[in-house]
Design a protein around this ligand. Structure first.
Ligand SMILES: [Zn+2]
Length: 275
């Protein structure tokens, strides 16, 4: 049977009563065709109604049981966010974004209250600020709906990028406002910030996004923020002279991201499911 042909009525009748006498390869072809052919699925429904009363009564029983179960079970809470917002920022991401804004506000408060001797805390945390949100963009532990998301047609790199962009759209204006108040211009932290976000996504393709974001934030805190505060001076990495290197790093990471973009949907690594 070629896929362009519909399933003959006699074969459908036999399939509706259990498929006795149909070879395994023909059975496979019928099911493959039914998956893609609505008219044949409709004809199958009619064939079942005509030829297999036990299937019809089974379906009626399942339908009745499901209806009572659904009436008895707790209703899902109504959607609180507009659909367009929920599509970009899943509910699991909101607490993390709120936490990020709190961190930025705390850094701003310390900057405004503290002496001018220390380097700007807003400038120091800006490069890794989005990582708190980015970690939850694609993580089984941080997104309660992760397994549903993985099975959706748009899962993978596209969704990771889209949600990361949503994180940046929330975090960037907060950093810009805080930087404006403390004199930490976006020109100094924007490229490092993008490099860390892209770097977390690229590293996430190898070790899982949550671990990657955590490791990068920890490395920056231990290697740059702490020594800068102890030495009371702005790190060389956030001086204008370093910007070309950040730009080069972003270009390299972007290529790596695109080359391995299928890693987020690939099931060959179970990293996503254990972490
Ligand atoms: Zn058909």
């Amino acid at each position: 049977m070629r896929s362009a042909e519909h399933v003959p009525a006699a074969v459908l009748d036999r399939y509706a009563t259990g498929g006795a006498g149909i070879g395994a390869d023909a059975l496979w072809a019928i099911e493959a065709h039914l998956e893609g052919c609505a008219p044949c699925r409709e004809r199958l429904g009619e064939a079942v109604a005509r030829r297999s009363p036990e299937t019809v009564s089974l379906l009626a029983r399942v339908h009745a049981n499901l209806t009572t179960e659904m009436a008895r079970s707790r209703q899902m809470p109504a959607r609180r966010l507009p659909r367009r917002v929920a599509r970009w920022v899943p509910p699991g991401l909101w607490p993390r974004l709120a936490m990020t804004l709190l961190v930025v506000a705390a850094a701003l408060g310390l900057d405004l209250a503290g002496s001018r001797v220390l380097p700007s805390l807003v400038l120091l945390v800006a490069p890794v600020a989005p990582l708190l949100g980015v970690a939850a963009v694609w993580s089984v532990g941080l997104d309660p709906a992760h397994e549903l998301v993985v099975a959706s047609p748009r899962a993978g790199f596209y969704m990771v990028l889209r949600r990361s962009l949503a994180v940046l759209v929330v975090v960037m204006p907060a950093l810009t406002a805080a930087g404006w108040l403390t004199g930490a211009s976006p020109a100094r932290w924007l490229l490092p910030c993008l490099a860390f976000t892209a770097g977390a996504l690229a590293l996430g393709e190898l070790i899982g996004l949550r671990v990657a974001a955590g490791a990068l934030a920890l490395a920056w805190t231990a290697g740059v923020i702490t020594p800068s505060i102890l030495a009371a001076r702005t790190p060389l990495l956030l001086e204008p002279a370093s910007l070309p290197y950040w730009a080069g790093l972003i270009a390299v990471i972007a290529v790596a991201l695109v080359l391995r973009r299928d890693a987020y949907t690939g099931l060959r690594s179970d990293t996503w499911f254990v972490r």
